[in-house]
Design a protein around this ligand. Structure first.
Ligand code: GLU
Length: 510
């Protein structure tokens, strides 16, 4: 598929953390650009000075890079590209205020916009009157035909004014690549405010619908791909394009993301921000793969695992669905496990290390180095049992989290340990441990267990569960063959892990 001159943008407001909905928007834009050999640009929409924060901008830039969605133009990219309508940059709206002011002056001079001196109270009264008779909530246009003298007198009297677009009465239409043709009556739009009245906190600030349109037009945006929460804004933007005589781009409004209860996805449902997923130990390739499937599906209707590269080949906006997407944490976990399995051990170790860092930071460099192979074995043993990496420390509790008191206080353990057979087995085991010098290898251990079984006639669960509790704190868990060497080597590496011998002696001594 080729479409010449595709230029798309991701235009986040740095007023909070990048969440899955916006990340999906970024991804679809990125994929569409890559698929069509177009340009993907990042624009920071920070005109809301009260709520915009640099730390959110920094975070979202980090998150996009982490996901692998690098932009061709925008903050952090050296080239200030230019197009037919002049320079495309700057790409931060707070640096473009002069551009907006210039356009406002032009609209006012051409009579395509007008100053509105109505106060909040007056507008509120108008709304109430309309509501009382069930009339449409449209502005009365009281200020449309003020004479130049009246305008001048108002300004001289220090009255504040907003700037409104004058909309001619015709339907506002646009094409949506996800929904098809969309039409709104001009009345749905009224004469929208372009620049807020200078009386409020946001004194004289141009509004979102206005600046987004100016920027999209001047930046040569061919396709506006964004969340469907903006669909009701689109007719206003179309009216602005038409007023300036600019070509209206194609739109693609992406469906809302819902939780399993079909309510809009929110923190209530679990993690929603990219940085939280990252902290939890989801891999970027899993998240990207999952986000791609939130509203898009492969042509074969079947394939669900896609790398970013494969997505670039397979993605098309035509296959994006208009119905809401349900965020399925189980599926995301499944994909994460899929990619964890494929990750090479060196990368895996680097990714998992921070979750154990507190345990290792007291060690000198040389010991940390020695730790590598041991840590690799630890991961090999426990990774298959986690959905995301922050679950590792709890899963690795048999090695790290050995806690005699907690083990003895656990109700399931109490039930196991209450049996006479348990006392017998542990008493025997204590004897073997005391008589033994050096490491407890799996072979030595197996021999003890066989001998205890032969001597006492106790077998199966009755034999193994109490021993497992004494060794790892839980009656079930991974194979002794794997756990024992990890415990013994960990104890030798001075990781604050007690040896098999210490554990059993301590336990039996209780
Ligand atoms: N700054 C807007 C937002 O974050 C951008 C919307 C758009 O893409 O037009 O919702």
């Amino acid at each position: 598929m080729t479409a010449p001159n595709v230029r798309v943008r991701f235009a986040p407001s740095p007023t909070g953390l990048l969440h899955v909905g916006n990340a999906r928007t970024a991804l679809y834009n990125w994929l569409f650009a890559r698929r069509t050999h177009g340009v993907f640009l990042l624009r920071i929409e920070d005109t809301d000075l009260e709520r915009s924060e640099t730390r959110y901008e920094d975070q979202l830039i980090e998150d996009l890079r982490w996901l692998g969605l690098e932009w061709d133009e925008g903050p952090g990219q050296p080239a200030e590209a230019t197009g037919e309508m002049g320079a495309y940059g700057p790409y931060r709206q707070s640096e473009r205020l002069a551009v907006y002011a210039e356009h406002t002056a032009r609209l006012l001079a051409e009579g395509k916009a007008y100053r509105c001196f109505c106060t909040q109270d007056e507008l509120e009264a108008e709304r109430k009157t309309a509501a009382a008779v069930n009339g449409p909530q449209i502005y009365s246009r009281r200020c449309l035909n003020l004479s130049p003298a009246e305008i001048e007198a108002n300004i001289a009297a220090g009255k504040h004014f907003a700037v409104r677009l004058r909309i001619e009465d015709h339907p506002l239409r646009f094409h949506d690549m996800v929904r098809g043709p969309v039409e709104f009556a001009a009345e749905a739009v009224s004469d929208p405010i372009l620049v807020r009245s200078a009386s409020g906190v946001s004194a004289g600030v141009p509004v979102y619908n206005y600046v987004v349109t100016i920027d999209d037009a001047l930046m040569g945006i061919s396709h506006v791909i964004r969340g469907d929460d903006h669909i009701s804004n689109t007719p206003k933007q179309v009216a602005i394009y038409q007023t300036f005589g600019w070509k209206v781009p194609e739109f693609a409004h992406l469906s809302t993301i819902l939780g399993a209860d079909r309510e809009r996805l929110s923190k209530r449902h679990g993690a929603t921000s990219i940085s939280t997923f990252r902290e939890m130990g989801y891999l970027p390739e899993a998240l990207v793969n999952y986000l791609a499937l939130l509203g898009w599906g492969a042509e074969d209707g079947n394939t669900e695992t896609f790398t970013l590269n494969e997505l670039t080949q397979a993605f098309s906006l035509e296959r994006v669905t208009a119905s809401p997407a349900i965020f399925d944490f189980d599926k995301l976990n499944w994909l994460n496990r899929h990619y964890l399995k494929q990750t090479d051990p060196a990368r895996m170790a680097a990714l998992a290390w921070p979750y154990f860092a507190g345990r290792f930071e007291h060690l000198d460099q040389a010991t940390q180095h020695l730790l590598g192979p041991w840590f690799g074995r630890l991961l090999a043993l426990f990774l298959p049992h986690v959905d995301h990496l922050d679950q590792l420390p709890a899963k690795a509790a048999p090695i790290f989290g050995y806690d005699l008191e907690a083990a003895c206080a656990n109700e399931e353990n109490i039930a196991v340990l209450a049996a006479d057979s348990a006392r017998t087995v542990l008493g025997e085991l204590g004897g073997y441990v005391r008589a033994h010098n050096g490491r407890v290898t799996p072979d030595v251990f197996k021999e003890w267990m066989n001998e205890i079984k032969a001597a006492t006639g106790i077998k199966g669960k009755d034999l193994f569960h109490p021993v497992r509790i004494a060794l790892t704190g839980a009656h079930s868990g991974p194979d002794f063959d794997k756990v024992l060497p990890l415990i013994e080597d960990g104890a030798e590496l001075a990781l604050g892990i007690s040896s098999v011998r210490d554990r059993i002696e301590q336990f039996v001594g209780v």
